[in-house]
Design a protein around this ligand. Structure first.
Ligand SMILES: Cc1cc2nc3c(=O)[nH]c(=O)nc-3n(C[C@H](O)[C@H](O)[C@H](O)COP(=O)(O)O)c2cc1C
Length: 362
């Protein structure tokens, strides 16, 4: 099957068309340093064509949740080197996902500093997981021009650190309601300067970050994840089709490694004005960059998506979480392990490195 055939992105030969999607697992130390168990976890999954690391904080200001790793201190970079080396020894390719959570955080886990966001608009009707349990969202501090400039430089520095740590490239996390998508969204961006208002202005932050990243490490080593119809973390865009048409057309001017498109859950209710159309059809078709399709794929639907021809790669999150040898299982049409939600975030090897591999000869 196509899914299991080798392919190429930029200079990288991938063993197959299967990508392990980014997954936060909250098993780093309080200082955002990944531990040896994380080396095992990624090495176990190195048969993926491409691994996208869990979202990784670009700075202290970026932190949204406790025990998530970073790429801003030397010790964090040193620790990641063990992961990239282990993945490379098994012939894998791994990109670091760069994360700034913006308003999706809490001062409790940010040295008592309020989260930064495009505007002082809190997420309503939801709570945030903190080191002291679930808490209401706070009203973030609106970023001034200096904050924006510094944040873009923090992305650059994190990308440079990622390459020092041996990653093969970086992915900007511009999905799921985190800082880049907060700039794009009418519900979280009320700015009246050149970063707010029109579609061009609301896209400016993402495009400036992307230019900074491509300048720092080379465009063929930079990807981006978007969730055009996603409403996670209080996101609502007045005209998602026009907004993402513009964003994708601007990304087309950069020769990127890939654009990963996370589809909205077909069961979730969408705001009025949102099209009920498949995002790969709607937006993937516009992309001149390689499209990675994400969300809800299994063996058959992934293969069917590749056959359609718009997406060149398929990323799997929960299936890779629970099945370290997912390509082999797909190859044999074998049974899959079920992901255990209770061990998604935090804890030890349980639900992390102890999912069984297929037995020899099965
Ligand atoms: C435990 C868990 C953690 C996740 N963390 C991240 C993350 O750090 N960055 C990200 O872009 N998406 C994250 N996601 C979303 C996945 O990358 C993916 O978009 C989503 O699970 C849909 O893919 P799937 O249907 O193959 O699981 C996470 C998903 C899960 C289940």
């Amino acid at each position: 099957m196509k899914l299991l055939e080798p392919t190429q992105i930029g200079e990288y030969r991938l063993k197959n068309h299967m990508v392990m999607a980014a997954m936060t697992r909250s098993r780093a130390t309080e200082e955002g340093i990944i531990q040896d168990i994380t080396v095992t976890y990624y090495a176990q999954r190195a048969s993926a064509g491409l691994i996208l690391s869990e979202a990784t904080n670009i700075s202290k200001d970026a932190i949204g949740s406790p025990f998530t790793p970073g790429l801003y201190s030397d010790r964090q970079v040193e620790a990641w080197k063990k992961v990239t080396q282990a993945v490379h020894e098994k012939g894998g390719v791994i990109f670091a996902q760069l994360w700034h959570t913006g308003r999706v955080g809490h001062s409790l886990d940010r040295s008592n500093k309020l989260p930064l966001a495009p505007s002082a608009v809190a997420i309503e009707g939801a709570q945030h997981f903190t080191s002291e349990g679930m808490k209401d969202y706070e009203t973030p501090r609106a970023m001034n021009k200096e904050d924006i400039k510094q944040t873009i430089l923090d992305y650059r520095q994190a990308a440079v650190h990622a390459m020092e740590a041996g990653f093969d490239g970086v992915e900007l996390h511009s999905a799921n309601g985190y800082l880049p998508q907060q700039f794009l969204s009418d519900s979280s961006n009320l700015r009246t300067d050149e970063y707010g208002g029109s579609i061009e202005n609301r896209s400016r932050f993402i495009l400036e970050v992307m230019h900074e990243l491509t300048d720092a490490v080379g465009s063929e080593k930079v990807g981006i994840k978007i969730s055009p119809l996603g409403t996670q973390n209080g996101i609502r865009v007045d005209d998602p089709v026009a907004t993402y048409n513009y964003l994708i057309s601007e990304l087309n001017k950069m020769d990127l490694a890939f654009v990963e498109i996370a589809r909205a859950n077909p069961k979730s209710s969408l705001p009025s004005g949102y099209p009920r159309q498949d995002e790969i059809e709607l937006f993937g078709k516009l992309s001149k960059n390689t499209v990675v399709a994400n969300s809800g794929y299994d063996r058959e639907s992934a293969e069917a998506e590749l056959e359609k021809g718009t997406a060149s790669l398929i990323s799997f999150a929960r299936l890779f979480l629970a099945n370290p040898d997912l390509p082999q299982r797909f190859s044999q049409g074998a049974e899959l392990n079920e992901p255990d939600r209770d061990t998604f975030y935090g804890g030890d090897e349980k639900g992390y490195t102890d999912y069984p591999f297929l037995k020899e000869g099965s």
